[in-house]
Every structure is written in structure tokens, then in C-alpha cells.
Design a protein around this ligand. Structure first.
Ligand code: BT5
Length: 279
């Protein structure tokens, strides 16, 4: 029997002080990020969370789609009004990533890891698969973050045949653990970890050190795509704002704020440094 997943069951498991205490559960919606975006200038409280069973237009970064069959996944967004310096926006992605890793460890016996900048990864048959993603949308005025909407999509109980055909390959907690998992327990735990990490960040404690310990994308050969540019190099680590530090084979250091990364098993790819893949 599938678990009850509604506002009442979620509220009954919630341990947070403020995150998710205002919670909207909608059976079907275009996108939880879009829903909050449309209301952000109204008098909607920081800590508001919107959850859905199905998104008709789930979004990834750069206009990409997020796909999940009805009732299979965690699909939710949280609103924050941090008023932190703009450079710290990536802290919210870090907070969400660390919270997911810790919640998955609490509720299941799986060791989730993170792929820069926003992927939630699980190992299946010895290779890393994408099991979720984070979509951060923030508004910065002057040097301050006015608001930030943190959307999380986590593949909980998606069966093999229902996964989107993607690169990196997709998986779910069900497939990686061999059993169905409770969306309610996972959501309550993610929100608790996010609240704890956010409260620490609000008083100046960066989530960066914790985030980096879970990051697969360091001390690794990588290929990074930023727009039409492709860079082959070695991901050394990240800086305090979450930017990836990649050393190319000529020894030059590239500091990358946003892009897509492929982990490379070995240094077999051609080319040094950057190339333009648009030609
Ligand atoms: C992300 O973007 O990974 C961020 C995904 C955030 C989704 C949540 S759901 C709740 C909230 N409301 C929204 O509308 N969005 C957020 P990106 O790094 O751009 O990756 C997108 C790519 O992931 C797609 O182009 C596909 O290749 C792949 N993909 C789509 N659905 C997937 C899934 N269920 N599992 C794994 N990969 C998927």
C-alpha cells in the first residue's frame, strides 16, 4: 500500500520551528518554483514550503525540464528571505545539498553524494547516477539577497522503466536501496536539516566545508561546459562561494561559477584547456 502523503501527515512528522510551518500541498501544479515565484512579492512568509505530487512543467536550470511520474518523488520549493550578501547565494544550494545527503542517511542506508553544482547522486552498479537536483532562483538587490527560492526534486520511488533517459543516467532511492522509501520521513528530515544549516549560516557559519566533504567533483579529472565553452582539466576544489577551481593541463587555474560537469574516469580526453564547441 502506498503511503499517505498530504499536508496532515507531513505536519505530523515536522520537527522544524519555522521551515515548512506554512505548507501548501498541491496535487498537481506547473512547477513548485514557479508557484512561489508568482507569490514572492505578496505577503508570503519566509519558510513557506510548497509540495506537489506532480509537476506539468518541472524545471531544471537553463530552461531544462524536470520529469517525475505522479506520486513518485519529492518535488518541493522553500522560500527564504536571507538578506545575505549576494555572493553567498550559492550557500543556499549548499544547504539544500547537505540537507538531502544527511536526510537520506537518516532515513535510508544510502550514501548520497553531490555533483557540482546542484546534482544529488547515488551509486548504482558502481557508477554514479543522478537521483535529484536543486534549482536555486534568487533575487539580488544592491548587494543583498532579497529572496531565494530553493527547489528540490528527489527521485524517491521511481521504478526503472519510468526514469527519464538522461545523462548522467538517472536513478531513484527505490532502485538504489531495493525498497520503497517514505516521502514524508524524507521531507521532514530534509526540512529539519535545512533549517539547522540555514540558521547557522544566518549567523555566519558557512555550509561550505560540510558541502565540500560530500562533493564528488574534486580531486578529479573533469570536463566542464559553460555555454559553448568546454574545458578539460582537473577539479581541485571549490572556493567559499561554491565556485569550482579547475586546473587545465597548461597549469592555468579557471574559477567557474556555473556550468555542467562531467566526471572523467581517466585523463584520456583530447585537448588542453578550453575549446569552443559551437563551431
Ligand atoms: C536540476 O537542473 O537538476 C534541478 C532540478 C530541480 C527540480 C525541482 S522539482 C521542485 C522544483 N520545482 C521545479 O520546477 N524545479 C525544482 P539541471 O542541472 O539543469 O538538470 C536538468 C536535467 O536533469 C534535465 O535536462 C535532464 O537531463 C535531467 N533530469 C530530468 N529529470 C530528471 C530526473 N527525475 N532524474 C534525474 N535526472 C533528470
Amino acid at each position: 500500500m502506498s503511503e499517505q502523503f498530504n499536508a496532515k501527515t507531513i505536519a505530523s512528522r515536522l520537527t522544524t520551528a519555522w521551515l515548512g510551518r506554512s505548507l501548501h500541498m498541491l496535487d498537481s501544479i506547473d512547477s513548485t518554483n514557479t508557484w512561489l515565484q508568482a507569490r514572492v512579492n505578496a505577503d508570503i512568509a519566509a519558510g513557506t514550503v510548497v509540495v506537489t505530487n506532480y509537476q506539468q512543467q518541472g524545471r531544471g536550470r537553463l530552461g531544462r525540464h524536470w520529469e517525475a511520474p505522479p506520486g513518485s518523488s519529492l518535488l518541493f520549493s522553500s522560500l527564504f528571505r536571507p538578506e545575505w550578501p549576494g555572493q553567498r547565494a550559492a550557500w543556499l544550494t549548499m544547504i539544500a545539498g547537505v540537507a538531502c545527503v544527511r536526510a537520506v542517511a537518516d532515513v535510508t542506508d544510502l550514501a548520497m553524494r553531490l555533483k557540482w553544482p546542484n546534482d544529488l547522486m547515488l551509486q548504482l552498479d558502481g557508477t554514479w547516477h543522478k537521483s535529484g537536483g536543486i534549482l536555486l532562483e534568487s533575487a539580488i538587490a544592491g548587494d543583498r539577497i532579497q529572496h531565494a527560492i530553493v527547489g528540490i526534486g528527489l527521485n524517491v520511488n521511481i521504478e526503472a522503466g519510468a526514469l527519464p533517459a538522461t545523462l548522467p543516467p538517472a536513478t531513484s532511492l527505490l532502485l538504489a536501496s531495493g525498497k520503497r522509501q517514505s516521502r514524508t520521513e524524507l521531507l521532514a528530515s530534509i526540512l529539519q536539516h535545512m533549517e539547522t544549516l540555514y540558521s547557522a549560516a544566518a549567523t555566519g557559519t558557512s555550509p561550505h566545508a560540510a558541502w565540500e566533504t560530500y562533493l564528488l567533483t574534486r580531486q578529479q579529472p573533469v570536463t566542464v561546459r559553460v555555454g559553448t565553452q568546454t574545458l578539460h582539466g582537473f577539479a581541485e576544489n571549490t572556493d567559499g562561494y561554491g565556485r569550482l577551481r579547475v586546473r587545465d593541463r597548461k597549469g592555468a587555474l579557471h574559477i567557474i561559477a556555473a556550468g555542467d560537469v562531467t566526471l572523467r574516469e581517466s585523463e584520456t580526453e583530447p585537448s588542453d584547456g578550453t575549446e569552443d564547441s559551437s563551431t
